[in-house]
Design a protein around this ligand. Sequence first.
Ligand code: AMP
Ligand code: MG
Length: 398
Amino acid sequence: MRIMRTVEEHQRIVAGLIKARDPQCVPIADALGLVLASDVVAPLSLPGFDNSAMDGYAVVAEDIACATADTPVLLPVAEDIPAGRTDALTLKAGTAHRIMTGAPVPAGATAVIPVEATDGATDTVTIRAAARPGQHIRRAGEDVTAGTTVLHAGQMVTPAALGLAAALGLSELTVIPPQRVMVMSTGTELVKPGTPLQPGQIYESNAVMLSAAVRDAGAQVISSPMSHDDVDNFRAVLAEHARDIDLIITTGGVSAGAYEVVKDALAKQVDFVKVAMQPGMPQGSGVVGTTPIITLPGNPVSALVSFEVFVRAPLRAAMGHPEPERPKLTATLTEPLTSPAGKRQFRRGVLTGDTVTSYGPPASHHLRWLASANCLLEIGEDVTEVPAGTSVQVWDLS
Ligand code: AMP
Ligand code: MG
């Protein structure tokens, strides 16, 4: 009998199949959540010019040095400078310019006095407080100096990173493009939700679940078709959808029964194996044309656990994510568990602080429990009994 493949061996083989795409320039709005493929060097300084941090009056600080509420200083208002005014102005000593937040500070002005310390007048302004030199002026380049590297290759693009790129006038960013994934479910018994069920039929749930998991990993789902357990139908559906994609994920049709459509259709392209784990023993991986394919088992819990264990991390790694793996923690088990000899068991669990409770039976069709779990408990192949109070490894899914 062939020895079962270990979890680590299958992880390595799947990881070897999933390849990063070449870096691409994309409009900045499309870069959110992707990883930068090159450094971003500031083409200009921020702020680009000295500008006012307040609505108020640009002045020469010495002109109002002795202004107080009781002894205000009166200055003629020579100019009005809203944000967006583009002509270069010079402030003469002994005058004020009314100025708005973000408007260019005129040459010669050394401070901005906030409107709240004045009467707000537009002809002659009454100023009731002194200003220290430089007050409320945002200096050119104090945030970013042109030529500085402000974002680094390998960094994930966040909303704030996009804001910075836009502020620097960049309309595109060079990123590692998202993986384009096809998620295909198989089974003659499957019916799309929203359609009435005939006896013996069930609602298709893997495609929507795995598509969401793929998106959650940061990749794109290009299509999520369904095939009957019929080799010709399977091949036709695959041929129709497997274009311009980077990864095919199938579910179902890989176990030991008859009508195992994925096994039957892809005997040449896919290496079908047994992995020493529960759930998720029947697995397969290979290449169709030039596209890698991972064939996951059909039971919904097996399918999602297999995605977590084998596909999610390499998928994220291929998109350059600095931390592709789920965080792995140690937690104290609240109750005793059993686990099959010779298989890595992944139980659904609820992690609360540093304790973990196994959640639901180990069988692979109990989707309800998975839906409310926030972690996977990983129990080693050589362990068959885990007493309460044991420290166990937990994959944090939250
Ligand atoms: P299979 O691996 O095709 O033998 O499927 C194993 C079990 O998972 C069977 O009970 C199937 O009905 C169920 N199953 C397979 N694919 C799906 C799916 N896409 N949605 C819901 N259940 C499925
Ligand atoms: Mg099936």
